[in-house]
Design a protein around this ligand. Structure first.
Ligand SMILES: Nc1ncnc2c1ncn2[C@@H]1O[C@H](COP(=O)(O)OP(=O)(O)OP(=O)(O)O)[C@@H](O)[C@H]1O
Ligand SMILES: [Mg+2]
Length: 250
């Protein structure tokens, strides 16, 4: 396996003359928890939308496992194992936690309903579902309808349905946004669990979390890369400190 699973080169997004992402090049190391941070308006979300193909770049290339995926759509890259959580994995409110995870497994396998009527196959799917539900710590809520879950538990379920797709690479878009402290803790631990044997790229405003779990950090400011390195390195960078103090702390 190559050292870098995702390689972005010269990524640029021009919104009618306003350059929101300006010549960004970054590489995500296989197995990393790589954080993309920066002050408000830095271009993080735009960058993420370019990587997950919600937006088309004005210029630049995106390579995944050595393959140019710049012109590929979100579904095509999801099939290659590059999955954006909280977008692709819709949760059905009326279904129980278990049935939501079962559905995700079924969809991933591309199985028909008839196939699933075979008891043996159903049993195998159920075992996998129980394992995923346990991994995200919501076993006692397995029979609860998703619509009745707290915000943090719902996010846990979303991670379970994302993992059901067996992604190699997970993109997390502000995974703890809007959460209370208890849920933030839970999701932080969960990201660490989900990252085992995978690569994670996340946009995260909460620098506590970034300092706790990221292996690499890229700092964006005004559409450009300002600094890169481990958290200690970027936290000591005077340009980074200035950008946060001057640009408002996101
Ligand atoms: N569709 C669009 N059309 C025009 N300008 C846009 C569009 N989307 C984003 N921008 C501008 O691009 C810049 C970067 O926005 P972006 O949302 O990527 O920043 P961000 O780093 O995610 O900020 P925040 O931390 O506030 O979420 C901003 O100035 C924003 O106003
Ligand atoms: Mg944003």
């Amino acid at each position: 396996m190559s050292e870098h699973v995702l390689e972005v080169s010269g990524l640029t997004k021009d919104f009618r003359g306003f350059v929101a992402v300006d010549d960004v090049s970054l590489s995500v190391r296989t197995g990393a928890i790589h954080a993309l941070i920066g002050p408000n308006g830095a271009g993080k979300t735009t960058c993420f939308n370019l990587l997950t193909k919600f937006l088309t770049p004005t210029a630049g290339t995106i390579r995944y496992r050595g393959e140019d995926i710049t012109r590929k759509g979100p579904d095509a890259i999801a099939r290659k194992g590059l999955v954006r959580s909280f977008q692709i994995s819709a949760v059905f409110n009326s279904l129980s936690v278990r049935d939501n995870v079962m559905r995700a497994i079924q969809r991933h396998r591309g199985e028909s309903f008839d196939f699933w009527r075979s008891r043996k196959v159903l049993g195998a799917g159920r075992e996998k579902a129980e394992g995923l539900i346990e991994a995200v710590g919501i076993t006692r809520l397995a029979n609860t309808p998703a619509g009745e879950l707290s915000y943090g538990h719902r996010r846990a379920l979303e991670i379970a349905t994302t993992l059901a797709l067996e992604p190699d690479f997970i993109l997390l878009d502000e995974p703890t946004a809007g959460m209370g402290i208890e849920d933030v803790e839970r999701i932080t631990r969960l990201i660490e669990t989900a990252a085992k044997g995978r690569t994670v790229l996340m946009v995260e405003h909460n620098l506590d979390i970034v300092s706790q779990i990221s292996t690499h950090v890229t700092v964006l400011a005004r559409g450009r890369i300002l600094a890169e390195g481990d958290y200690a390195t970027i936290a000591a960078n005077s340009e980074v400190i200035d950008a946060y103090l001057g640009g408002g702390h996101g």
